[in-house]
Ligand binder design. Structure first.
Ligand code: SF4
Ligand code: SF4
Length: 365
């Protein structure tokens, strides 16, 4: 695509700031593909006025670069700006890729693949919002979690829906905005005042909704009865923190506290000086560049000690790191019991959503 500097001012700001120290590349899934430092690469783009359409879609939008940069250069916002630009007049190749993502987004937000707010007593003002990944990969865990939440608050409802992150990652803020507006309208019309989310992407994406958005970790962690009924105790484990919580210390502390209740010796900083690494599942990378996803999840496994379980608080991380059969488990599974199913592929994801929808309606009767 052609680059007009005035339309993407983030690029000039970045090129002027970056000193090409290479620190961001240590934890960047694009590092193998860059022959020069990011400052030089972006400067070339600006000089030539052209960039490969799919270049920004190799980035998982993990934010590692922006959080470690010593001079405050924000590479992630460069990627976001380029993605938005790529959506304006996409080439045929990109149109095909975008179509795949938008079909996925449509299905994820489609009412028949989720539920409206469902309350055990017909109405309530607080509900559990599990998010797409958990609903598609482990519907049984969604039900178990809802039941656990109901044991703490008998009025707690549930709603299976999408926060719009797939469209937003693509650069389609218009589509994501419509999804979130629809969600806000539904919640308002049902009198919902608080949603309890289980996905770190939902936690970030829905923070602008006109309701209180709480994370399940703080909600469960504040309850003493749960720690008395832990279903698993691990000898050796490492905690993989999800990218959306990278700068959210308060939230990470809540999750780590629960993880330590399951495994007192859990390593909560397994990557050491490398900082938090991305599982590769963000930013639609698995659709645009699936080969990057596997090489990055392999890299994470290199940090694993023999026999260690990997504990995640994001179902997308669980799936991209191989799921239960690879010794990767969701923290909710450890807290509530049962085995993680293998990551579903293709139609199985949507079949799981339909199964969950029926189970929720049955459970609420
Ligand atoms: S860490 Fe910052 S200054 Fe260093 S190469 Fe990355 S963006 Fe440039
Ligand atoms: S957001 Fe993550 S994947 Fe994208 S450039 Fe930064 S470190 Fe690399």
């Amino acid at each position: 695509m052609k680059l007009n500097e005035a339309a993407c001012p983030e690029l000039r700001v970045f090129a002027d700031k970056c000193v090409d120290c290479g620190m961001c590349l240590k934890g960047c899934i694009m590092s193998d593909q860059l022959e020069e430092g990011p400052g030089k690469v972006v400067s070339h783009f600006l000089k030539n006025g052209v960039i490969e359409d799919d270049w920004p879609f190799r980035c998982s939008l993990c934010g590692y670069c922006s959080s470690v940069c010593p001079v405050g250069a924000d590479l992630r916002s460069v990627m976001t700006a380029l993605r938005k630009k790529a959506c304006v007049k996409p080439s045929l190749k990109m149109k095909k890729l975008f179509f795949g993502v938008l079909v996925f987004q449509f299905m994820a937000a489609w009412k028949h693949m989720g539920t409206p707010p469902v309350f055990p007593k017909g109405k309530g003002n607080r509900l559990f919002f599990p998010g797409c990944a958990l609903a598609s990969s482990d519907p049984e865990l969604v039900l178990m979690t809802w039941r656990e939440l109901r044991s703490l608050d008998s009025d707690m409802g549930v709603m299976v829906g999408c926060c719009g992150t797939p469209a937003a990652s693509l650069g389609r803020d218009d589509v994501a905005g419509r999804i979130r507006d629809g969600l806000a309208k539904t919640l308002r019309s049902c009198g919902v005042e608080e949603i309890v989310v289980a996905c770190p992407n939902c936690l970030k994406a829905l923070s602008s909704l006109p309701v209180k958005v709480s994370s399940i970790w703080g909600y469960l962690g504040g309850n003493a009865s749960l720690s008395g009924s832990l279903h698993a105790e691990l000898e050796e484990a490492m905690f993989h923190s999800p990218c959306p919580l990278r700068d959210d210390e308060r939230e990470l502390t809540e999750v780590e506290r629960l993880a330590e209740a399951v495994c007192p010796s859990i390593r909560t900083d397994p990557y050491g000086s490398e900082g938090g690494l991305c599982c590769g599942a963000g930013g639609m990378v698995p659709i645009v560049h699936p080969e990057v996803l596997s090489s990055w999840s392999e890299r994470i496994s290199r940090y694993r000690r023999n026999g260690e379980t990997v504990v995640c608080c994001c179902q997308s991380c669980v799936d991209s790191l191989g799921g239960g059969s690879s010794g990767v488990v969701h923290l909710l599974r450890l807290l509530l019991g049962g085995a993680s199913p293998p990551p579903p592929t293709g139609l199985a994801r949507w079949a799981n959503r339909r199964k969950l929808r029926r189970a929720i309606f049955d459970d609420a009767k």
